[in-house]
Design a binder for this molecule. Structure first.
Ligand code: KG4
Ligand code: ZN
Length: 345
């Protein structure tokens, strides 16, 4: 099964073609994976501007579809379905991707599949690793921070979520306060190299509390207050603060995952989403998984941040189950993976 996947929910315009076997088994093949990162468009604003993002998606999307097909050596007739992120995300961008996918599907008489962006992250590990359902998932991105049991496409139980900010947002804010640039996660990780992770004692919100929920707003405030007291042009202090910040996030992730592994035991802990690209945090999660007799499995770093391949792969997983969407599907700014849990918050 070959599926073209389109991702436009934030600031990456991404199109990929992925191939998977018709059965339910994991591991597919990436035939092409193209991306245009809108870094220059947003950099001077220090964050993503929704209207600028939507226009940039519109300008790039057709060229990227052509490029993805070209690199895969395929025509539209060779595809089995067209998938696009249907939400959640910045609605202008999601509309560009959904309209493009619907038009291609209609014109070439192919099924259209609306993929939940979070499901794209949640299933992405199975594109490259032989991970069977069910598994425990820590989903950590710029907009989300959740622990879930993943039983299959559309079948999730949320164990915990953030009560305020997402982990990636906290990385981005820390980078901004320290003038390290945007996006913040990779910048903080780089600046932390060689830093002293014990120099600054930062608060660990939710640490050692029951349950699996997260909170990052107090940590964000503490980082801001610490930055205000830092001497100017002190590279060592910046490295130490970044290392201390990362260790704090690592402590929180480890504590929350330990609770999840007790509440919903699993032999596999998966981490996905942009923050999963962080090598230090992966190491911390490996330790906590091992301490609970589980194994940490993560997608390759390049598939952690937003990409078209994860959307195409989620399309493959859905197509196998016959889960396709009608052309009147409406893009969704919000779309929880576990609607029952979302109603409780
Ligand atoms: O999944 P993603 O690409 O987009 C969303 O769906 O939000 O995640 C982006 C987030 C950003 O907050 C970015 O700073 C963070 O992932 N991120 C990282 C790293 N690479 C990206 N955070 C920590 N360490 C990294 N290496
Ligand atoms: Zn994402």
């Amino acid at each position: 099964m070959r599926v073209l996947g389109i991702e436009t929910s934030c600031d990456e315009t991404a199109v990929a073609v992925v191939e998977g076997a018709a059965g339910a088994q994991p591991v597919g093949r990436i035939l092409s994976n193209t991306v245009y990162s809108q870094l220059t468009e947003h950099r001077r604003f220090g964050g993503v501007v929704p209207e600028i993002a939507a226009r940039a998606h519109l300008e790039r999307i057709d060229g990227l579809v052509a490029q993805a097909l070209d690199e895969a050596g395929l025509g539209l007739a060779d595809l089995d379905a067209i998938a696009a992120t249907g939400g959640p995300g910045l609605i202008g961008g999601v509309m560009v991707g959904v309209m493009t996918a619907k038009a291609l599907a209609f014109a070439h008489d192919k099924p259209f599949i609306a993929v939940n962006h979070l499901e794209g992250h949640a299933l992405s590990v199975r594109l490259t690793e032989p991970v069977e359902f069910p598994y425990l998932l820590l989903l950590v991105s710029g907009g989300h921070c959740q622990l879930l049991t993943v039983r299959g496409p559309g079948d999730f139980t949320r164990l915990g979520t953030t009560i305020d900010d997402a982990a990636g947002e906290c990385f981005d804010k820390t980078a901004k306060l320290l003038g390290l640039g945007f996006p913040g996660g990779p910048a903080v990780e780089k600046a932390a190299v060689g830093g002293d992770p014990k120099r600054f004692a930062l608060p660990r919100p939710m640490w050692r509390k029951p349950g699996c929920d997260f909170s990052f707003s107090g940590l964000k405030t503490a980082v801001r207050q610490t930055v205000e007291k830092l001497p100017a042009d002190d590279a060592r202090a910046v490295a130490d603060l970044c290392a201390s910040f990362q260790r704090t996030v690592g402590d929180v992730f480890a504590d929350r995952c330990a609770n999840a592994l007790v509440l919903a035991p699993s032999s596999t802990l998966v981490v996905a989403g942009g923050v999963a690209a962080n090598t230090y945090l992966r190491g911390r999660l490996e330790e906590v998984a091992a301490a609970h007799g589980a194994q940490l499995v993560a997608p390759p770093v390049r598939l952690c941040t937003d990409n078209g391949a994860m959307i195409a792969w989620a399309g493959v997983e859905r197509l196998r189950l016959g889960q396709v969407d009608a052309l009147d599907f409406r893009p969704r700014p919000r779309w929880p993976l576990d609607p029952a849990a979302a109603n409780r918050m």
